[in-house]
Design a protein around this ligand. Structure first.
Ligand SMILES: *Cc1c(COP(=O)(O)O)cnc(C)c1O
Length: 217
C-alpha cells in the first residue's frame, strides 16, 4: 500500500481551500497512523464503535469526524471526542446532540445531511425540508450548524453526479446568504465528494472531501 504516495497525489489534486478528511473505516491502526504521521489532521469514521476503538490508539493532533449515520442513543459516547458530526438528519438527533453538548459544556458543530438524489437507501433530509429543519433546531444553543453534507449515488459516469452537487451548492449558498435569519447557524462547510466523485464535487463548490479508498490502495 502506497499511502504516502497516494496522499501526495490527492493533495496535489485538491485546491488548498478544500479540507481532506481521510476516511479510515475498516483500516488498521498502523495504516491510520501513517496517514496522521504524514500530516493529515482530519480523520473520518462512519461508525461510533469503530471510532471509539481507534480513538486512544492513534497518536497525534487529530480532529475526528463522524460521517456515517448516527443513532440517538450513541451520541453520548462521541460527544466529547469529535470535532464535527456530518450526518444530522433528524430533529431528535439534533436535540440529543444539544443535550449531550450542554452536559459537557461544549458547542458541537454539525452538518445537516441532505438527500438530494432521493435514493431511498440513503439517509438525509429532503431538499424541501432544509429551511424548516433549520428553524426547528436553531434555538438549540449548544449546537452550531456549520453547513451541509451530501452523498451522490455511486456511478461509473461521474458526470451524472454533477446535478446533485450543484443542487447542494445552491442550497448552501442560499442558506449562507440568509443565515442571520436563524440562530446558531454559521455556514462554512460543504462536505461532498468521495474517492470516485470528488473532482466533480470540487468543481461544484465542495470545500471538504471525504476520501477513503483513494488513500489506502
Ligand atoms: C466510506 C465513506 C466515504 C469514503 O468513501 P471512499 O469511496 O472510500 O472514498 C465517504 N463518506 C462516507 C459517509 C463514507 O461512509
Amino acid at each position: 500500500m502506497n499511502i504516502e504516495k497516494n496522499l501526495d497525489r490527492i493533495l496535489k489534486e485538491i485546491p488548498q481551500n478544500v479540507t481532506l478528511v481521510a476516511v479510515t473505516k475498516h483500516r488498521s491502526i498502523e495504516e491510520i497512523q501513517r496517514v496522521v504521521d504524514y500530516g493529515i489532521k482530519d480523520l473520518g469514521e462512519n461508525r461510533v464503535q469503530e471510532l471509539l476503538d481507534k480513538y486512544d490508539k492513534i497518536k497525534g493532533d487529530i480532529r475526528w469526524h463522524l460521517i456515517g449515520h448516527l443513532q440517538t442513543n450513541k451520541v453520548k459516547y462521541i460527544i466529547d471526542k469529535v470535532d464535527l458530526i456530518h450526518s444530522v438528519d433528524s430533529v431528535k438527533l439534533a436535540k440529543e446532540i444539544n443535550t449531550q453538548a450542554k452536559k459537557h459544556e461544549l458547542i458541537m458543530r454539525i452538518l445537516i445531511q441532505v438527500n438530494v438524489s432521493m435514493e431511498d437507501s440513503k439517509f438525509g433530509i429532503a431538499v424541501e425540508e432544509v429551511e424548516s429543519f433549520l428553524q426547528k433546531i436553531s434555538h438549540e444553543s449548544n449546537i452550531s450548524v456549520a453547513g451541509f453534507m451530501t452523498m451522490a449515488p455511486f456511478t461509473e459516469n461521474i458526470e451524472e453526479t454533477r446535478h446533485i452537487f450543484r443542487k447542494m451548492r445552491e442550497i448552501y449558498d442560499k442558506i449562507k446568504d440568509n443565515q442571520d435569519a436563524f440562530k446558531n447557524v454559521n455556514i462554512e462547510t460543504l462536505s461532498m465528494g468521495m474517492t470516485n466523485d470528488c473532482p466533480v464535487a470540487i468543481e461544484e463548490g465542495s470545500n471538504l472531501v471525504r476520501i477513503g479508498r483513494g488513500i489506502f490502495v
